[in-house]
Design a protein around this ligand. Structure first.
Ligand code: C5P
Length: 318
């Protein structure tokens, strides 16, 4: 097979708790991550030259080595030099639908798709856990994006425990086009303001991370209770991102008053999602978003929760 097309879905954070510092400079987190069917499409094509190239029509997506999808291919090429020599280079084409710098893991999901696709293109036969390990070298959300679905994520975000799927729910996503939040800034600001309340001891950190497994959010998912899931949405990063960008709160309140199950910022923002129990409810909430005072700058999407991560759409022999 000389080319693969893959779907590369976005994620939302149903729950994000910052527990403490890590020796590597990152944060210990306790999260519940959820894939949604708003997805990019990634095409991988073998080329005769031994180069990696990235093409994307979106003006804000870089095509050089700063693109996480490029870095995923470079990592596989470095780890498996014989396969790189045998199969040659790769052309990566990204068809962007997921808003960028939005807290939806678009870049991480694209990197995960390149890992999954190159494993197939170069016939490496990697296991899911080997792909996740490679993914963790690229970014904290990349391991989750490989298998996707619903999962508890602890550590940096790379320690995953799958949860039962809740793919009968919908979300409305609201993202201000000119409001991009840098993830590193959000975490650094959180540390500066709340670092003195971090859990410090190794055992205490472990216990706090383990507690998410029996948390009310996880119970709500296990019992397939949409109302309880909506009530237990949580994101610590709202504490620093919302004061800096009050329009995020306005959007969240608009969604809440429109009658959804719950509304929350995803990841480090700036996307706000409204959890809805039907497509009809989602359409009503989306309409309320459109009625906001300045909707021109606001992109609104409806997506369904999905139990799958990266999937092959098609493959071709030259
Ligand atoms: O892993 P990733 O590159 O996606 O993380 C982006 C930034 O978010 C990191 O540079 C770090 O500042 C912050 N981060 C963190 N702790 C985590 C994940 C991310 O502090 N567990």
């Amino acid at each position: 097979m000389r080319s693969y097309s893959l779907t590369s879905p976005a994620k939302i954070n149903l729950y994000l708790e910052i527990i403490g510092d890590r020796p590597d400079g990152y944060h210990e987190l306790a999260m519940v991550l959820q894939s949604i069917d708003l997805a990019d499409r990634i095409d991988l094509r073998s080329i005769s030259t031994d180069t990696i190239s990235v093409r994307c029509a979106h003006p804000q997506v870089p095509s050089d080595c700063t693109n996480l999808a490029y870095q995923a291919a470079a990592l596989i090429a470095a780890e498996f030099p014989d396969a790189f020599a045998q199969f040659g280079g790769v052309e990566i084409t990204i068809d962007k639908h997921i808003p960028i710098a939005a807290g939806l893991a678009g870049g991480s999901s694209n990197a995960a798709a390149v890992l999954v696709g190159l494993d197939l293109l170069w016939q490496l036969g990697l296991t899911q856990s080997e792909l996740e390990e490679l993914g963790s070298q690229l970014g904290s959300d990349v391991p989750f994006c490989i298998a996707g679905g619903s999962a508890i994520a602890t550590g940096r975000g790379e320690k995953l425990s799958p949860l039962p799927s809740i793919d009968n729910l919908y979300v409305v996503l609201g993202k201000y086009r000119n409001l991009d939040v840098a993830t590193a800034w959000a975490y650094q600001t959180y540390r500066a303001q709340y670092g003195n309340s971090y859990v410090a001891g190794k055992q205490d950190l472990k216990a706090r991370a383990a507690a998410v497994h029996s948390s009310s959010m996880v119970q709500a998912i296990i019992h397939e209770d949409p109302i309880a899931i909506g009530q237990r949405l949580h994101n610590d990063l709202e504490r620093v991102v919302i004061p800096a960008y009050p329009q995020i709160l306005l959007l969240k309140e608009t969604f809440q008053t429109a009658g959804c199950l719950g509304a929350m910022m995803s990841g480090s923002g700036s996307t706000v999602f409204a959890l809805c129990d039907s497509e009809q409810q989602a359409q009503k909430v989306q309409q309320q978003g459109r009625n906001l005072a300045q909707p021109k700058d606001l992109d609104l999407f409806i997506a369904r929760l999905t139990s799958t991560g990266i999937q092959v759409l098609s493959s071709d022999k030259d």
